[in-house]
Design a protein around this ligand. Structure first.
Ligand code: HEM
Length: 481
């Protein structure tokens, strides 16, 4: 650990209270000015880093996009260090109602007219009911995780190899999206999408459905389109009707196939239709949306890690599989480098970058250097890539150090926040942590295991990051010797 302040002491006794620096500017013009800096003049990282420098503080006031006319209030208090960020996980002090996407919420038509679980606050009884339902579904599916994933991963690598043979390189994202959708759909419904009327249309429909909801938060990065033209997508909401028929197909496929799970939901007192829209959101937004970003990120960092990292991973993985005779949960636990490389990916490039919450009461938030008073009702915003690259917690935070979390370093997983909580905490019906936290880590570990059982090394080309992930091209695989 880089500094003693990194253990995030709970008491504020030594920290003096400082007024939160920063301003929102003029009404209407302030939010638009900040939006232009954020998307076009500075870009995300520089937007936050330059303000940390200017205010000499990791906690400050700013506007966050989209602003007018999509959101009526874009004022937030940004918390950008590892310590102040954790206020976002304190459900006694912050409310998480309708705030998943930030200062605006897409129309509920995208979710069948319901406020689905991820938009509900922990004080709402429906959150408790739905989250418990998801947690029990995941617990009862536990035995399927490894076999389903291994089948999907074998297919992924076969498809990638075939594409390399045909075209000299392979689009990892396309095949990874198919793997993610097949795996989650089968887990939820018991059948593959190809056995339903959806066939292979699922990933395409969901990608459009996600893009329409999330357009106000991202930029298409179009080189030849001036910012003021592209900015239209940050000014008006994109309508649901553009994907209405696709969403209906998705809903019907889940409704017809997930009968066992929907029976279960009805027994628990839920409406079948509401439970089904929640399952579509879980499958499409939570799971597919998360994996769409995370899996290419994993291959980006591991692929770029070079042959020596690949050799160390292959040695560890092959030795454990040989000793254990199979790939089991306990075998995966015996791979410290593989585990660490996955946590390092989740630290350096958290798949969900933004977290928002509203102060339930007056709160005192501490950074490493000062304490700040946030008023009841104010919106708190965290940009996670800076919190998990806090130099007061992680040495050389911008470097990908695959064995960072091995041995003594394992303690640092306390400061890995990708699942909307510390990695050392567990999801429950009382918090807003991702219920599939352990499954997601398992998927990444298994992807590395399958990769290095098959290949000694690989080479990759990395494209430009966008809100829906980083494009990764596999340029070669060297088969295991
Ligand atoms: C790589 C994949 C995934 C990532 C990166 C991810 C990430 C997250 C994050 C960051 C949150 C908190 C959002 C917030 O409130 O700010 C969340 C919530 C949630 N995730 Fe995941 N997730 C993934 C996969 C899954 C899967 C596979 C499932 C279910 C099978 C799932 C179900 C949920 C649900 C239901 C919530 C809402 C929890 C609540 O409201 O209490 N996620 N996820």
């Amino acid at each position: 650990m880089a500094s003693s302040s990194s253990d995030h002491p709970a008491s504020s006794s030594q920290l003096s209270l400082r007024e939160i620096p920063g301003s929102y500017g003029l009404p209407f013009f302030g939010p638009i000015k900040d939006r232009y800096h954020y998307f076009y003049n500075q870009g995300q990282d520089e937007f936050f880093k330059s303000r940390i420098k200017k205010y000499n503080s990791t906690v400050f006031r700013t506007n966050m996009p989209p602003g007018p006319f999509i959101s009526s209030n874009s004022k937030v208090v940004a918390v950008l260090d590892s310590k102040s960020f954790t206020i976002l996980f304190n459900n006694d002090k912050v409310e998480k109602k309708n705030i998943l996407d930030g200062t605006y919420m897409p129309s509920t038509s995208f979710f069948g007219g319901y406020r689905v679980c991820a938009f509900l606050d922990t004080t709402e009884s429906n959150h408790h009911a739905l989250k418990s339902f998801f947690l029990s579904f995941l617990a009862s599916s536990h035995k399927k995780f490894i076999p389903y994933l291994r089948t999907s991963l074998s297919e992924l690598f076969e498809n990638l190899e075939n594409e390399i043979t045909d075209k000299k390189s392979a689009d990892f994202n396309k095949h990874s999206d198919n793997l993610a959708f097949d795996f989650v759909f089968k887990l939820v419904t018991g059948v593959l999408p190809s056995e339903t009327k959806l066939n292979s249309k699922g990933p395409g429909i969901i990608t459009t459905w996600l893009a329409l909801q999330l357009a106000p938060l991202g930029t298409a990065g179009l080189k030849y389109v001036p910012g003021f033209l592209e900015d239209i997508i940050h000014t008006v909401r994109l309508p649901f009707f553009l994907i209405k028929s696709g969403y209906k197909k998705l809903y019907n496929a889940v409704f017809d196939s997930a009968s066992l799970l929907l029976d279960e939901a009805e027994k628990l007192g839920m409406k079948r239709e509401e439970a089904c829209h929640n399952l579509v959101f879980l499958t499409g937004f939570n799971a597919f949306g998360g994996m769409k970003v995370l899996f290419p990120t994993l291959i980006k960092w591991i692929g770029s890690g070079g042959e020596s990292l690949h050799r160390r991973l292959a040695e560890e993985i092959r030795a454990v599989v040989k000793e254990e005779g199979d790939i089991t949960f306990s075998a995966l636990e015996k791979m410290p480098l593989t585990k660490s490389a996955v946590y390092e990916t989740l630290r350096i490039d958290p798949p969900v970058q933004f977290q928002y919450a509203k102060a339930r009461e007056e709160i005192v938030v501490e950074s490493h250097d000062a304490a700040f008073q946030i008023k009841k009702g104010e919106i708190i915003f965290g940009y996670q890539p800076l919190a998990t690259k806090d130099p007061k917690v992680f040495e050389n935070p911008d470097d990908f150090i695959a064995d960072r979390f091995v041995g003594e370093g394992e303690k640092l997983i306390n400061y890995v926040y990708w699942s909307n909580a510390r990695e050392t905490e567990q999801p429950s019906a009382e918090n807003k942590q991702c219920p599939a936290k352990d499954l997601v880590v398992l998927c990444c570990r298994l992807m590395l295991v399958e990769l290095f059982l098959r290949y000694d090394t690989l080479t990759v080309d990395i494209g430009k990051f966008s809100a829906l992930g980083t494009p990764v091209t596999i340029t070669s695989f060297t088969k295991a010797t």
